[in-house]
Each structure stands twice: as C-alpha cells, then as structure tokens.
Design a binder for this molecule. Structure first.
Ligand code: WT7
Length: 659
C-alpha cells in the first residue's frame, strides 16, 4: 500500500466533467426517495437508520439500541433485536398475499427456463432448511457453497440464514485449492455443490473440484450435497455425498423461522487483499439486511409490483449476495437469474434476455459494458430494450466514454445511470447518485448515500477541499459494515482502522470535484507517481478509451530510474474501428494514442509505451490484474497467472510483445 503523499494539486486538471444529466420531472416525481432524505439523515443519522431498520424489515423482537460503538472498531447495530433473513425475504411476502409474484425468472445457459414464485421459493427454502438440519447443521455452523448461477444457490443461502448457519459462498470459478483453504479457514461442516454447469453450450464440471479439495484428510466436512444440474456422471463418495433432489423430496415443506440476534453472523465471504491469504469478511444480520434493503430500493428506485430487475453478478461475489439474494428478495422484487456468459450462443444473449423478460433495471460492471462496446452497437440495436428505465454500474470506475455508451445505446439516452461504489467489506452501496434526485455525471459515483459518512482526506486524515484528491475513508460506522475478519480481529484492525485514527480506510484514492462530487481514482496502489506528479491509472485509461479506436485499456506505473514511474498502457483496439493500414501503421496508431492522452490530460500523462494487445489479464471477477501487466512492463516474467479467468492471456501478450 502506498503511503506517499497525495498531492491534491496534481488532480486539479483531471476529471473535469461538464456533462450533467438531471432526472426528468416525471422520473423525479415518481421516485422512491426525494431530495429531503439527505436532510432527514443528516439531522439524526442513527434515527434515520433505526427508521430504515423498522420499516424495511419485520423484526421478531424490536431492538433497544441503534448502535453500540463502545468498543471500536467492533460495531453492534440494532442491539437486542431479533430478525430472520429468510422470513423477511420469503414468508412475509407470502403472508402478505404475494405468494404468486414471480421471485426468479431463471434462464439456464442451454436455454431451459424456470419461473419461481415467492410461494415456490419459500417452500424450497423450508425444505432445504429441514434437510440441512437433518444433516446435523445447527445454528452457527458454517456451510460452504460452491454452485453455479442456479436457483439452488439462492435457496441454499436463505436456508442457511433461516437456521442461523453461516454460509461461505466460494465462486464456482475458483480452483479446488482455493476452495479447500476457504473450507478449512471457516471449518465448514457441509458443502453444497453441483455436478456442474454449462459453458458455451457444453457441460462444465464443478464436483470434481470438491472431490479434489476433500481428497486429503484433515478437513471438517461431513457431507456434500450435490445438485444434479448438467447430469454428467460424477464420482460418488458413499456416506459423504448426497443427492440434492432426494434430500429435498424427503424433507418436510414446513419449517418455522425464528428470529436470530441482530448481530448473529450471516455469512463469510473471502476477498483478496494486496498481500497474504484471502480475508474472510464477516457480515452479520440486522444491519446488513437493513442497508441492503434500503439501498436496493433507493438507488435502483425499485417498484416491486412492476419492475423486472436483473443483476448480472455471480452469487460468488458480494454483489450477488447483496443485490441478487438479500436486497431484492427482502424488497419483494421480481428478478432475472442467468446461468451463462454474455456471448453464448451469440453476443446478443444479454439483450435477448432483457427483451424477453422486459428487464427494467439492469445492474452490471464496467468491464462488461466495455466488452459490449467492443462488440459493437449494432448488436444491442437488434433487440427491444425499451423496458429499461435504470442502469447500474459497479466494481471499478466507469470511464466516461463507457458511461455515455451505456446511457445512449442501452438506456436510449434517458435511463439514469447509477454508478455505485462499495466493497465486499462495506456490504452494501455507500456512494451513488439517487436516480430521482441527483444530476448524474459520466464517470463519477458522486454522493455518499443518506446516513453514510464518506469523506476524502489527506495524508494526515484532514478532509480535502473541493477540487483536491486524497484517500477515501468512512468516518462513522454504517449498518452493513464488516464486523471483523473471520478468525483474525487483529487483521481487521490493521487493514482497515490503523491508517487513519478513528476512520475506516477503504484503500481507494478519490477526488472531490468543484461541486464536491466524489470521483474514484482506483486503488491507492494503482495511483502512479511520475516525476513527482500523481497520476491515476483510471484517468489515463479513460483518456485512452475516449479515443474511437480503443475498446479497452489498462495502465500501470512501471519503475523508472529518472521519473520514479513511467506510464505504460496496454490497449485493445476496437474491431469496428477504421485504423491506419500499410507500412508504419502500428507506429502511427501508437503515436496518435499518445498524443490523444497528452491532449486529454497533459503531456505528463502521455504513456511512455503503448502496447497493443489482443486481450487483458482479468480475474474471474473481471478485474484487470495490473500486477501482471506491471511485471511485463518492467521486463519481468509475470509468474503465477493461475487466478486469471483465462490463464493463457499472459502468454498471448508475451508472444505478441516478442513479435
Ligand atoms: C473495490 C471493491 C462492490 C462490489 C464489487 C467489487 C472498486 C467498486 C466501484 C465504483 C470505482 C469501484 C474499488 C473498491 N469499486 N465499485 N463504482 N467505482 N471503483 O467489490 O471486489 O470488494 O472490490 O472495487 O476499488 O475498493 P470488491
């Protein structure tokens, strides 16, 4: 982590954005939350959250204290309250006469579909809760979940929550080793998995990784429950492995949910830090559910009676936890769940799904948006996307060019875009426009949500004035904050609470523009220092992507003897671009792009080198692995690339560079 000074002045000419898009009067008038909500929350932050907790959730026992912050950084929210997550996501909707409302439109990768109502989902979760209990899973026990994007993933999470077991979802793309280390760290008693899933029309296995993970003794797992999804033959360990459908069929469909303490652990989710082994981020019940429900309603302006919501995130990431499972179901939403990839069997698959289900709220990641841009606007143009009324973005800063493309091509120039900043650790959205209130700016996440005390501070922890950059912090505890790192409270303190006295340090650089709106500048370790000037990788990437030839760009700071760091850019060119050809074309492309960056930001930001590559190394969650690019840029062998979605990408890049 960089501890060098962020010189605010160097940000001054960066990220100027003149374009603003005010909500239409009709949208504003009908919006779930209005401007007054900020004043309400400012007047009494804790009263605001207490009100959210009491109106958005049904408590089986009311809480007596909103926040106990007597032992920071260990927070307790809604102290003394009792609440059941599954009851709030399911039973109460059925009791309120909404049993026939569709909870999930499932779209399988091969094209099979399933429509699951709230009544259906409630019954499935009750059966699963009984089945888990029959396998000896009790309150407080950990359950590892290694499943594809199928309804059973949601059923498993909610069944755990119902009985007070703690789920630990491991992304299906992780290796058997990653799975084993997570099983061991959490001491999981049960693993829920599937034979496999489908990828690009073909069966793709999952269970072999579980078998491999459990091959060596010394683990805590007693049973493996296996969903038959792709119906491929799998090895079977008698006594340990059980068939999901058989277990569900023999379980009773009756199960009464009891309230769990507001601070009862809900789940562990592992996330990688800059160093060391992944951290098990622990979320608890009452505060987490409150902020998920509030943000899902306020930021996406959810109208549960009429909207069809689709969050494209996999259940293996926090976005899938907060904005597929908990937020939407607590709010009684109807949502789409899709098992496959965006380009199978064709690059219009997402838009076909939007058209088919009349999706009105779409929540996805900039990397996906840029990929779609690269494929060309003519693909979404073939589908009827007129149902879309809100577009969300999450995961990394969204370049203004991608933002504009999203707005124009997907949102028909009128759907508000909500760029949502948050982290696995924050549990729920922290910074985002409110679509009926905020005039949105391409590229900025803009404003802390009501009741959230986000700030940008300098090296000494003092708030920076508008127009300056620094470190993103949270000054006050918030309901869905992580409670600790599983099994390592010291690491929790060291990682998040030691950099600035009394503040949560997010690890991101940020800037306040002249209006006080917040711009995320990427992780602090992605901020470069070139000749004493602070430059954001994000900023230069945005500049590159704003050129019509560029589809995607990744920038790293490579060590340089004279300037400290030098800017090195890796770019993917757009398939549909009209590029120079013939002799000297490559040099011309590179010179044009260098000049373009110089023009957009200033000569200091001109990349020393621009390398045109066929692909960028990305993690399975879609984050560009800049560390590997840095290795290449600094002339080192990039080494271990096994966590990449496509481990061959680095070989392709290296081969290209040799040419
Ligand atoms: C990091 C957290 C939150 C779910 C997905 C990622 C970056 C996230 C934004 C955004 C700029 C963003 C930050 C943050 N990030 N959203 N809207 N604008 N940056 O969760 O894997 O825990 O990563 O993602 O750098 O620290 P995560």
């Amino acid at each position: 982590m960089s501890h060098e000074t962020v010189k605010g002045d160097a940000f001054e000419n960066l990220l100027r954005e003149e374009r603003q898009f005010a909500p239409s009067p009709e949208f504003a008038a009908a919006a779930n939350v209005k401007e007054g909500i900020y004043a309400e929350a400012n007047a009494d932050r804790l009263a605001f959250w207490a009100e959210q907790a009491r109106t958005r959730l049904t408590w089986s026992k009311d809480f007596t204290e909103t926040l106990d912050w007597s032992d920071p950084p260990f927070a307790k929210w809604f102290v003394g309250g009792e609440v059941n997550a599954a009851y709030n996501a399911l039973d109460r909707h059925v009791e309120n006469g909404l049993g026939d409302r569709v909870a999930i439109y499932f779209e399988g990768e091969p094209g099979d579909t399933e429509t699951i109502t709230y009544a259906d989902l409630t019954e499935r979760v009750k059966r699963a809760a009984n089945a888990f209990e029959a396998l000896g899973v009790a309150k407080g026990d950990r359950v590892a979940v290694y499943l594809p994007m199928i309804p059973e993933a949601v059923v498993t999470m909610l069944a755990c929550a119902r009985i007070g077991a703690v789920h630990s979802v491991v992304f299906g793309g992780f290796s058997s080793e990653a799975l084993r280390s997570r099983i061991d760290d959490a001491e999981a008693k049960l693993v829920v998995t599937a034979d496999g899933t489908f990828r690009r029309g073909k069966p793709s296995p999952l269970k072999p990784a579980v078998d491999e993970a459990l091959a060596e003794d010394g683990h805590t797992v007693q049973h493996v429950l296996v969903v038959r999804r792709n119906k491929q033959d799998v090895a079977w360990t008698e006594g340990r492995d059980l068939d999901w459908s058989e277990a569900m069929a023999s379980a009773s469909p009756e199960h009464t949910a009891v309230g769990h303490d507001s601070e009862h652990p809900l789940y562990i989710l592992y996330t990688s830090g800059t160093t060391g082994k992944p951290k098990g981020i622990l979320h608890t019940t009452g505060g987490y559910l409150t902020q998920c429900a509030f943000t899902h309603s306020a930021v996406f302006d959810l109208k549960p009676e009429t909207d069809v919501y689709w969050c494209t995130a996999d259940i293996g990431w926090v976005t899938g936890h907060s904005y597929v499972t908990y937020g939407p179901l607590i709010n009684g939403a109807t949502q789409v769940m899709y098992e496959g990839t965006p380009d199978s069997p064709h690059q219009g698959r997402w838009w076909e799904i939007v058209e088919k289900y009349k999706v009105s709220i779409l929540y996805t990641a900039p990397t996906a948006i840029r990929t779609m841009m690269k494929w060309g606007s003519d693909i979404p143009a073939k589908y009827d996307l007129s149902s879309i009324r809100i577009l969300g973005s999450v995961g990394e800063p969204i370049n203004p060019e991608a933002w504009m493309w999203y707005r124009e091509v997907i949102g028909a120039g009128k759907a508000p875009i909500v760029d949502t900043w948050w982290q696995t650790e924050t549990g729920a959205i922290m910074i985002a426009p409110l679509p009926g209130v905020t005039s949105t700016k391409p590229g900025s996440a803009q404003v802390p949500l009501p009741g959230i005390a986000v700030d940008v501070v300098d090296e000494a922890g003092a708030a920076v004035p508008n127009g300056h950059g620094g470190f993103l912090v949270v000054r006050e505890p918030w309901p869905s904050m992580l409670r600790t790192v599983w099994g390592d409270p010291q690491r929790f303190k060291d990682t998040y609470w030691s950099r600035f006295e009394g503040m949560y340090f997010a690890g991101d650089g940020a800037k306040k523009d002249d209006d006080g709106d917040i711009w995320l500048l990427g992780r602090v370790d992605d901020v470069m220092n070139v000749s004493g000037h602070r430059l954001s990788t994000t900023e230069i990437e945005s500049a590159l992507v704003s050129h019509p030839w560029v589809a995607e760009a990744a920038v790293v700071g490579a060590a340089d003897e004279t300037t400290g760091q030098a800017v090195v850019a890796f770019v993917i060119l757009r398939g549909e671009a009209e590029l120079p050809s013939g002799e000297g074309a490559d040099a011309e492309i590179i010179q044009t792009l260098r000049n373009h960056v110089g023009h957009e930001i200033g000569p200091i930001a001109k990349p020393r080198h621009i390398l045109v590559v066929p692909e960028l190394p990305k993690t399975r969650s879609g984050k560009i692995m800049r560390r590997l690019l840095k290795d290449v840029a600094e002339g080192r062998d990039p080494g271990d690339a096994t966590t990449l979605a496509d481990p061959t990408v680095m070989q392709k890049i290296a081969a290209d560079l040799r040419k």
